[in-house]
Every structure is written in structure tokens, then in C-alpha cells.
Design a protein. Structure first.
Length: 144
């Protein structure tokens, strides 16, 4: 089990990439327009794109916390033949986060971010539900 957990922890490096991207994007925007965005972070009026990236960062932080718990739990519960779900969930998480921001950037159709949100959320929710099921109904999941 320790090798699987180690593999999962190493894979989580990729899961943090969208968050790092959003932090760097926000920092770049603040440095480019310090008097509009950088000097007063609680200023009411900001640019649409800046608001999108700050909201996406907040949502990504929330999603990443649940995703990390999911990946760590799955890596301890999944049997070796189903362990391929761990890197698959990480892949879908990263793709979903970037799809979320691209959908969010279109101000005309705000519903486009739903695809990215679902791509991120459904595998995570499915993994958490699977882990809860295994912990409740499968005594060997607890003994491992």
C-alpha cells in the first residue's frame, strides 16, 4: 500500500498545477495594472477577467482540497487492478479545471463553465462515494 500511496502523492503534483496557473495569472494582472488591481484588493470595481480568475482560483482551491482527499483515500482502498482510476481522476481534474476557466471567460454564455465544473466534480464525488461505500460495507477495506 505504501507504494500506491507514494504514487498518488506524486501524482497530486499535477493536481496543483491549475491553482498555480491561476495564482500566477492573477499576480501578472495585478503587476500589469497596479493602480487598478494591485493597490486595493477590496476595491469594488475591478475588471471582468480579473474577477473571473479570482473566482476560478477560489473554486479551484475548494475543489483541490476535496480532490486530494479523494485521491489519497482511493489509493488506499482500490485494489491493484483498479488503481488506474487514480491517475485517470488526476487527469480529469486538471482538464476540468482548465475547461472551467475557458468556459468562465466567455461573458455571453456563463453556462459554459458547467462542463469544466462537472469534469472536475463528478470523478471526485464518485471516488468519495466509492470510498464511503467500501468503508461501510466492506470490512476488508478497513483491515488493509
Amino acid at each position: 500500500m505504501s507504494a500506491r500511496l507514494l504514487f498518488a502523492v506524486r501524482g497530486l503534483v499535477f493536481s496543483v498545477l491549475p491553482m498555480i496557473f491561476f495564482v500566477l495569472k492573477i499576480a501578472t494582472m495585478r503587476m500589469a495594472k497596479p493602480f487598478d488591481l494591485g493597490n486595493n484588493p477590496v476595491k469594488q470595481k475591478t475588471h471582468y477577467v480579473f474577477d473571473v480568475y479570482t473566482r476560478a482560483l477560489q473554486n479551484t482551491l475548494e475543489q483541490t482540497i476535496v480532490h486530494i482527499v479523494n485521491i489519497l483515500a482511493l489509493s488506499t482502498i482500490l485494489t491493484p487492478e483498479y488503481f488506474f482510476f487514480v491517475p485517470l481522476c488526476i487527469f480529469w481534474f486538471v482538464c476540468g479545471r482548465f475547461a472551467f476557466i475557458f468556459g468562465y471567460l466567455d461573458p455571453k454564455i456563463p453556462g459554459r463553465r458547467v462542463y469544466g465544473f462537472l469534469t472536475t466534480s463528478l470523478p471526485t464525488a464518485g471516488g468519495i462515494l466509492y470510498c464511503v461505500y467500501q468503508l461501510i460495507f466492506n470490512s476488508s477495506a478497513i483491515d488493509a
